[in-house]
Design a protein around this ligand. Structure first.
Ligand SMILES: CCCCCCCC/C=C\CC(=O)SCCNC(=O)CCNC(=O)[C@H](O)C(C)(C)COP(=O)(O)OP(=O)(O)OC[C@H]1O[C@@H](n2cnc3c(N)ncnc32)[C@H](O)[C@@H]1OP(=O)(O)O
Length: 322
């Protein structure tokens, strides 16, 4: 479909498209671009399909797909895609999940009808528990490298994402989970959860590209304290230090993000280029040193002391239930 043309074939906003039949017009509802044409098209659709407008609208204004632990809901009316992580029990980032996020973000990036993404979780009380610790404990060398490269690739894509990204943080968000949230343009968090880079508690080190984001948000002094002690901020503390932009009751998180998005009526090119100017230094730095970064990661993870601490940490998570 050509941009600049009413998806309903009403002829407004550009030269009309010629649809072979009514079914194609119906399918075009999915990619509605000009809501101002609604009144006109209401008549048009009724006349060509004989189906009720309300029925068509309900059916086509939203589409939902679910694949590999990710649910993608596209609201064609607002141009907002909600990307919901749905990998029980805690949305931990393993190799396959990272690859799936990378691929899905790529598809959303290419979707001409999407102007913004809400990153959220479909699980209760958890946004994302960070990297899957089992990927790092007693690892297979080849998979470990692939795992880390997938994290790098996914992060570069998310952090440099040209469209607006907002995190709806509906649960705990430690380490890699905090990275996801920090990589979005705006963060709304539910009350009474925790977020932060707690890597030292696991006997590992947050990589420089995680730290760069933290320092950019918290400043040098607070980052030094928080990183060395592996501090997890409560939602309320996170708001105070600027790690999140709003804290609201759980049920208000998504509506608050949607409202915020509706208020970001900024020319897309200007906003996107500004984001790029601010961010490219960071993601390019990683892009140019990906191999070295991977080798440092593998070296650290394979240290005997690190393996011991990761093993104990995993055990402590399992013992919680006893
Ligand atoms: C020079 C470069 C060097 C680079 C070095 C490495 C840099 C690494 C960068 C990032 C690191 C990380 O992201 S590490 C992960 C950090 N995450 C955490 O510390 C969170 C740990 N989890 C929790 O605190 C809690 O699980 C929770 C608050 C997230 C949820 O609590 P809840 O009570 O709801 O659930 P359970 O604790 O019972 O967990 C259920 C189930 O899930 C397993 N689990 C939890 N988190 C993880 C995880 N991150 N990876 C793998 N598995 C996880 C937990 O063990 C339970 O399993 P079982 O049901 O089998 O017992």
């Amino acid at each position: 479909m050509r941009a600049g043309t009413c998806a309903w074939n009403c002829g407004r906003g550009g030269s009309p498209l010629r649809y072979a039949n009514a079914e194609r017009s119906m399918a075009a509802l999915r990619t509605l671009r000009f809501p101002s044409c609604l009144a006109f098209c209401r008549k048009h659709v009724n006349s060509i399909t004989g189906r009720s407008f309300a029925k068509c609208q309900a059916r086509f204004l939203s589409s939902v797909t679910e694949r590999d632990g990710l649910q993608v809901s596209h609201n064609s009316n607002t141009g907002v895609v909600t990307l919901s992580m749905n990998k029980p029990p805690v949305n931990s980032l393993n190799l396959e999940f990272l690859q799936s996020m990378h691929k899905t973000l790529g598809e959303i990036q290419d979707d001409q009808d999407c102007r913004a993404v809400i990153l959220t979780s479909g699980l209760t009380n958890i946004f994302c528990a960070g990297l899957d610790i089992t990927e790092m404990y007693q690892p297979d060398d080849k998979r470990l490298r692939e795992f880390w490269t997938s994290l790098q690739d996914m992060w570069i894509r998310l952090y440099s994402f040209p469209k607006t990204t907002m995190a709806a943080i509906t649960g705990h968000s430690p380490a890699g989970g905090a990275l996801l949230a920090m990589s979005c343009d705006y963060r709304v968090m539910a009350e009474n959860f925790t977020i932060g880079l707690n890597e030292t508690k696991l006997g590992i080190v947050a990589p420089t590209w995680f730290i760069d984001l933290y320092v950019g948000i918290l400043g040098q002094r607070l980052s030094e304290l928080a990183l060395q002690t592996g501090k997890l901020f409560t939602s309320e503390e996170a708001l105070k230090v600027g790690l999140v932009d709003q804290v609201v009751p759980l049920n208000d998180v998504i509506p608050t993000v949607e409202k915020e998005l509706s208020e970001w009526k900024i020319p897309a090119l200007a906003r996107g280029m500004t984001k790029d100017v601010l961010r490219r230094i960071y993601w390019r730095k990683l892009q140019e040193t990906q191999d070295v970064d991977t080798e440092s990661f593998v070296f650290l993870i394979k240290q005997e002391k690190v393996q011991q601490t990761l093993g104990l940490y995993l055990q402590s998570l399992k013992n919680k239930k006893k």
